[in-house]
Design a protein around this ligand. Structure first.
Ligand SMILES: Nc1nc2c(ncn2[C@@H]2O[C@H](COP(=O)(O)OP(=O)(O)O)[C@@H](O)[C@H]2O)c(=O)[nH]1
Ligand SMILES: [Mg+2]
Length: 232
């Protein structure tokens, strides 16, 4: 993939055999490979271009090995990642414990990386509900606690796979929209220092005393505004 511009680095994490490689295969090649299990050695890289709104985002996906033997290496792969898809097998509760390990790692060492929890192999639950190894609500509570998105996917049927990666790309595109505005908007916003502004285009309302930024929003604060404000 040399020479291809990658916008967002995405890393696949999770215990061996949870289905990380299958998820990438389904997403990138729209296929599900059957046959003897092939464990990923070290890590594999693929890139895929996604149209998001009027833009294109190239996701550069690192598919890691997942086994404890390669744990130290995985750290290299999640460094600088914008998103981590932390996988667990819906039928294997131990894999969920292992997912928590990766979440802790990310929280400690890569705090700007967004976390997407992904429960894999949901087709197995369609076959037999009793195979669910982790209660959905427990995972949802955990996802809320760590501010992660939660998806349940099947690489076998394709269920929710595109949706997962689309969400990753959309979130990333939204985040970078702030950055693209930085220069011009910052100059613009500087004119409104010490003023109130309303949602939409900032309009001068009531000048106020004191220093720093003051703002009041008629509706929901536009994200980019909060971004600037937090930066001050
Ligand atoms: N039924 C079912 N099996 C899956 C699914 N995803 C992966 N598998 C199987 O689980 C095993 C491990 O998958 P793999 O993607 O190699 O896991 P990895 O070690 O996390 O990369 C393989 O035998 C896959 O065929 C799925 O969505 N449904
Ligand atoms: Mg693999």
């Amino acid at each position: 993939m040399s020479g291809q511009r990658v916008d967002a680095k995405v890393v696949m994490l999770g215990k061996e055999y949870v289905g990380k490689t299958s998820l990438v295969e389904r997403y990138v090649h729209n296929r599900f490979l059957v046959g003897p299990y092939q464990n990923t050695i070290g890590a594999a890289f693929v890139a895929k271009v996604m149209p998001v709104g009027g833009r294109t985002v190239t996701l550069g996906i690192w598919d890691t090995a997942g086994s404890e033997r390669y744990e130290a290496m995985s750290r290299i792969y999640y460094r600088g990642a914008k998103a981590a898809i932390v996988c667990y097998d819906l039928t294997d509760s131990s894999s969920f414990q292992r997912a928590k390990f990766w979440v802790n790692e990310l929280q400690n060492f890569e705090e700007n990386c967004r976390i997407y929890l992904c429960g894999t192999k949901c087709d197995l639950l369609d076959e037999d509900r009793r195979r669910r190894g982790i209660d959905f609500h427990d995972v949802q509570d955990y996802a809320d606690e760590i501010k992660a998105e939660l998806f349940e996917t099947s690489s076998k049927t394709g269920q929710n796979v595109d949706e997962l990666f689309m969400k990753v790309a959309e979130d990333y595109a939204q985040l970078t929209a702030f950055h693209e505005m930085t220069e011009a908007d910052l100059k613009f916003l500087t004119r409104f220092r010490n003023c109130f502004f309303t949602t939409g285009s900032p309009t001068l309302k009531t000048p106020c005393s004191g220093s720093g930024w003051f703002c009041c929003f008629d509706g929901v604060a536009p994200d980019f505004l909060l971004y600037y404000l937090n930066g001050f």
